[in-house]
Design a protein around this ligand. Structure first.
Ligand SMILES: C[S@@+](CC[C@H](N)C(=O)[O-])C[C@H]1O[C@@H](n2cnc3c(N)ncnc32)[C@H](O)[C@@H]1O
Length: 436
């Protein structure tokens, strides 16, 4: 089709444009906007729904790259122009077709330059990484410093691809794989976590009899490894200090096998309400929910000692970018500083509740020194009684290191940081381990 041909904007293009306008408002999240759009338009056929999802996800994820390209060819950053640039640059569509379909006749020349790869990247290497991989410049700078140019590039690239869906088997994973195969779902065992299964095709999880019967939970393999690092055993008392809606609480409860206690604490009542629902649904009697005051840990609260403590801290969540297309645009360096202060305080509060012989695990789903290594360093300096201890010694991939960093481009998981510490003395004592 020639560049001058006119055709009406298609239904999916109209909805993509509208959703992108909504998603760019302050406080909006593309995932939620997309869900609402699809719910409001049940008339869309399957291919249109997929197209709308692709457009909203793709443009929000690649917004940084697309903005660079559009600026360079003198086109505005309107939602429609961004979608046009995405179609040409990422989907490889023909520029004149795209310009005609989106009623942007004046954009043909610019789109052609984009399609031909004629737009130069910035000379500054941090800005070049930021533009090419569509990530904030301040993150590009920190990742290049921490990991080097090639690793930073591979990490950013991996975070631009949709993440796989992992399941955590509540029992034997081979048995679960066989049961799911009978339901029509193909899976492969996770390479790292002992109960992880990766779904190989789209599968209606909520419609699965195995899921309804409690045979598995949906949980990223990295998240499963965080719970593995706690190494709880039947009879333990476990404090899950930032339990949220309970992803890891449920995994910890499984480690107890019905004997012991998980105290699931959090400051967010809505997340705790979700957690309560999941605990009820799975009929778990060993989980006790403990709401925390909003200014915890500054505000005093009666929390018991526990021989196993997990601090799955609030963080900038860079490691989960592939789960939400515009998460990357919602964090600032200032927020990272505030989070780091809170993380040090939470880990310190946890250390105070760790009895001799106890094990404390710090985890985040981010990949920034300030929220990971620097937090651990500060807490170890303030609590010289804590000793780094092997994080996942029972899993062959990790050896005896106290620190595990998980990367999507290396491990196939979301990005995670895990560090294990112990308080020496009283090893194996009833006080350190008992649910009491
Ligand atoms: C990474 S999320 C936890 C995810 C959860 N563990 C899971 O596996 O689903 C961090 C949690 O920390 C909670 N949080 C934030 N500030 C907190 C504080 N001061 N004390 C305790 N929890 C806090 C948030 O409400 C959030 O649920």
């Amino acid at each position: 089709m020639g560049g001058g041909d006119r055709q009406p904007l298609s239904r999916s293009d109209r909805l993509i444009e509208g959703a992108l306008v909504e998603a760019s408002r302050p406080g909006a999240a593309a995932d939620r906007v997309l869900k609402a759009t699809l719910r409001a338009h049940s008339e869309l056929v399957g291919a249109e729904r997929a197209r709308v999802a692709l457009g909203v996800h793709g443009v929000r994820c690649f917004a940084g790259r697309l903005a660079h390209l559009l600026t360079a060819v003198g086109l505005p950053h309107t939602p429609r122009a961004l979608w046009a640039a995405y179609r040409v640059d990422v989907l490889g569509e023909e520029p004149s077709d795209v310009a005609a379909a989106l009623e942007l006749p004046g954009a043909v020349a610019g789109l052609r330059r984009i399609a031909a790869g004629l737009v130069p990247w910035p000379e500054d290497p941090d800005l070049a990484l930021a533009a090419r991989r569509s990530i904030p410049a301040w993150v590009a700078r920190r990742w290049r410093m921490a990991y080097g140019a090639d690793e930073a590039d591979a990490l950013a690239e991996a975070l631009n691809r949709p993440g796989p869906v992992f399941l955590r088997a509540r029992g034997d994973r081979e048995a679960l794989a066989a049961r799911l195969a009978a339901e029509g779902a193909r899976t492969a065992p996770g390479a790292l976590a002992p109960r992880a299964l990766r779904l190989l095709d789209p599968f209606d999880i909520r419609g699965s009899a195995a899921w309804r019967g409690g045979a598995f939970e949906v949980q990223d393999e990295g998240s499963q490894l965080v719970a593995e690092a706690v190494r709880a055993a039947p009879g333990d008392r476990v404090l899950d200090l930032c339990a949220g809606s309970g992803g890891k609480t449920l995994a910890l409860a499984a480690q107890l096998d019905g004997r012991g206690r998980v105290i699931a604490a959090d400051v967010d009542p809505a997340r705790l309400a979700d957690l309560r629902g999941r605990v009820r649904q799975r009929k778990l009697t060993c989980v006790e929910v403990q709401p925390l005051p909003p200014d915890f840990p500054a505000a005093p609260v009666a929390l018991p000692e526990a021989g196993r403590i997990l601090v799955d801290a609030p963080c900038s969540s860079l490691g989960t970018w592939r789960r939400g297309p515009d998460r990357r645009w919602r964090t600032s360096p200032g927020e990272v500083e505030a989070l780091a202060r809170l993380q040090v305080a939470l880990l310190g509060a946890a250390a105070e509740r760790l009895p001799p012989g106890g094990r404390l695990v710090y985890a985040t789903c981010t990949l920034l020194e300030a929220e990971n290594q620097a937090v651990v360093r500060a807490v170890l300096a303030a609590h010289p009684e804590l000793t780094p201890t092997p994080c996942l010694p029972h899993l062959p991939a990790f050896g005896a290191t106290p620190e595990v960093e998980l990367f999507p481009h290396r491990h196939g998981t979301d990005g995670f940081y895990i560090f294990a510490m112990s308080r020496p003395g009283g090893a194996g004592s009833a006080r350190a381990r008992s649910a009491g």
